[in-house]
Write a protein that binds this ligand. Structure first.
Ligand code: BTN
Length: 324
């Protein structure tokens, strides 16, 4: 059922400059004409505008901004990332679904995506504001053949991939704040939550939870987020189609991931340092061991942030960073 519907959407998109007769659609999608009509009605209820003319057939006039598989797949150029998708109009958190799916054996690159999360989760036990259709709320399952100790590399490479994907698609000046917040003009536009399951010293799977504020308007942020959060639409002064944006991000993510598996952390670290907006600046790092103040210099081999303080260089492995 679902795949017939995907085919109908794909065919309507591919032929959007002309009418496709009911007969052609039913033949190409492999279903009856009555089934075509039923799918067209369902799609209209979801916001697709489909013109139907007697003796001519169907023509797609307008597509709603959805991030359902049938909208993403036509844009996708990846090998495995996003090739298996679970799509939910609304869910408590994509992390929960992805962790369950990963335990059941989901393949590398499988993606859970939702239009809305009602219990979106952030780092350090915080909640993550995820209103309907305003962003990209997704969890990507990876099975990297690396030791558990190298897991911090994945967090850093994820921020590089998402940063490059957003830059490429929007042209906006996105930068990374250690370890993996994405900022525009100092305000947070994307957060990444890395959760993993290990077996002895190997990683069984990683779930990369990625939340991007895409089309949220300033007035839609809760008061406590207004001073610190932004969206791509606020920064660009106009909305973005999320499906092609997501495809661009998945491609960059996959490329950085494969670069890491092939060549190790070194090129990823260089890319991270190029995309970071905080190196060379004085920062305050609130670590579990206390506050470190100094100039953020670079990453070490483990992915820790090296800060030059008056007393020498300090490696920070876990912290909240404040950049003035
Ligand atoms: C952060 O605190 O900066 C990390 C935020 C991560 C949010 C994403 S949205 C998709 C996935 N599902 C969740 O519940 N959280 C992550």
């Amino acid at each position: 059922m679902q795949s017939i519907r995907h085919d109908i959407v794909r065919l309507l998109i591919e032929h959007k400059d002309r009418f496709l007769s009911g007969e052609e659609l039913s033949r190409l999608a492999g279903c009856s004409r009555a089934a075509v009509w039923k799918h067209v009605e369902d799609l209209r209820r979801e916001g697709y505008e489909i013109e139907a003319r007697p003796r001519s057939g169907y023509r797609l006039v307008h597509r709603p901004d959805r991030i359902a598989p049938e909208e993403i797949l036509p844009h996708l150029t990846t090998r495995s990332f996003g090739r298996e998708i679970r799509y939910e109009p609304t869910t408590p958190s994509t992390q929960i679904l992805a962790r369950k799916w990963a335990r059941e054996g989901a393949a590398e690159g499988s993606l859970v995506i939702a239009e809305e999360q009602v219990q979106g989760r952030g780092r350090m036990g915080r909640s993550w504001h995820s209103p309907p259709r305003a962003g990209i709320w997704m969890s990507l399952i990876l099975r990297p053949p690396i030791p558990l100790a190298q897991a911090p590399h994945l967090t850093l490479l994820a921020s590089v991939g998402v940063c490059l994907g957003i830059r490429e698609f929007t042209g906006l000046p996105v930068t990374i704040k250690w370890p993996n917040d994405l900022l525009i003009h100092g305000k947070k536009v994307c957060g990444i939550l890395t959760e993993l399951r290990g077996e002895q010293d190997r990683i069984d799977h990683v779930v990369l939870g990625i939340g991007i504020n895409v089309n949220a308007r300033e007035e839609h942020f809760p008061p406590e987020l207004k001073p610190i959060a932004t969206s791509l639409a606020v920064e660009a002064g106009g909305e973005f189609h999320r499906a092609p944006l997501l495809a661009a991000i998945l491609k960059q993510l996959e490329d950085v991931y494969h670069l890491y598996l092939r060549e190790g952390f070194s090129p990823v670290r260089e890319a991270w340092e190029r995309a970071a907006g905080m190196l060379g600046q004085e920062v305050t790092a609130k670590t579990p061991q206390g506050t470190v103040i100094g100039v953020a210099e670079r990453l070490n081999d483990q992915g820790a942030l090296l800060i030059r303080t008056q007393g020498g260089e300090v490696a920070v492995y876990s912290a909240e960073i404040e950049v003035p």
